[in-house]
Write a protein that binds this ligand. Structure first.
Ligand SMILES: [Fe+2]
Ligand SMILES: [Fe+2]
Length: 149
């Protein structure tokens, strides 16, 4: 079920409830990682949060890509390319953290967070606008409530 919000409540809300909920988890995980690094938590905990961020981000990207295909989104290729590049970055970081004892720095995490926020505010917002225009939310707009796929 896909729903649309009646108003954008946050600077990184794109207006489609499911995407916004997933983005909140994704951003929440990167902030959790940033806090854990700042608190100098033990490597196993940092590694676990990094794994969760990577796995969740991958699942979220897959969900967006299914929506793009369902709704024949015209900018599928460049959007997927951005997802793929970021997943390579996350997986490389995971691998280097596990096998090379790479030290996670605040700078690295801020760079990940900035990428995520820029992606949400750019390509994801464009996708959400397209989805709303092409069906998601039409029913909600009529009923003045949440919409259904
Ligand atoms: Fe997204
Ligand atoms: Fe995306």
């Amino acid at each position: 079920m896909i729903t649309v919000k009646s108003a954008q409540s946050d600077h990184f809300d794109v207006g489609v409830t499911e995407l916004d909920s997933e983005h909140q988890v994704q951003v929440g995980l990167v902030i959790a990682l940033q806090k854990a690094v700042a608190q100098d938590r033990e490597p196993a905990i940092l590694g676990d949060i990094l794994d969760q961020l990577s796995n969740y981000t991958n699942t979220h990207f897959m969900a967006e890509q299914v929506l793009m295909q369902l709704y024949e989104y015209p900018h599928y290729d460049p959007h997927v390319q951005e997802h793929d590049c970021f997943m390579v970055r996350l997986r490389t970081l995971q691998q280097r953290y596990r096998s090379e004892n790479l030290k996670l720095t605040d700078q690295t995490i801020v760079s990940l967070k900035n990428w995520i926020l820029a992606h949400i505010q750019g390509p994801d917002r464009g996708l959400a606008e397209y989805l709303i225009k092409h069906g998601i939310g039409r029913q909600a707009a009529r009923q003045g409530s949440l919409a259904v796929l």
